[in-house]
Design a protein around this ligand. Sequence first.
Ligand SMILES: Nc1ncnc2c1ncn2[C@@H]1O[C@H](COP(=O)(O)OP(=O)(O)OP(=O)(O)O)[C@@H](O)[C@H]1O
Ligand SMILES: [Mg+2]
Length: 155
Amino acid sequence: MPLTLALSPREEQQEFISTSPEETCHLAAQLAAALQPGDCLLLIGELGVGKTTFVQGLAQGLGVTERVRSPTFVLMHEYHGRVPLYHFDAYRIHKVDELREIGFEDIVRSQGITVIEWGEKTEELLPQGCWRIYIELLPEQRRRIRIERPQAPRT
Ligand SMILES: Nc1ncnc2c1ncn2[C@@H]1O[C@H](COP(=O)(O)OP(=O)(O)OP(=O)(O)O)[C@@H](O)[C@H]1O
Ligand SMILES: [Mg+2]
């Protein structure tokens, strides 16, 4: 049964159990439909939990046809959907200056949509008002996915 996202503007967060990569993608594609240009999303969860899989779903939902791969070494990929999608992976950064140098602070405040794997490592460079997606491993390929909508307007 596909997961159904039913985030009403009043609801601050919603939690799902995904049982497969396809379900995780599907959920992310639904979230994409609720996003506005300029939105920023942090993906928070341990190695191999499904962050890149989630970005693949987001990209699909935004109409991106390019293949989405992890930007682990280059730090960022840009995809072309109904709005630009900027995909960062902060796993390998030692200092946030590495992100500053590639224009992170402007990109995250641009009219594209920015999604950051290991987003918690970039906290000091972030504007207010980001989405937070927490993904946790559960037994048997399942994942707990908590989607928290922004608690403040984007700055
Ligand atoms: N319910 C699920 N949701 C997402 N991925 C799942 C699920 N069940 C199994 N998987 C598998 O888990 C793996 C997740 O890999 P993915 O690269 O998306 O994780 P990641 O969090 O981006 O890892 P990294 O920390 O290395 O960036 C994939 O091989 C995927 O097929
Ligand atoms: Mg990844």
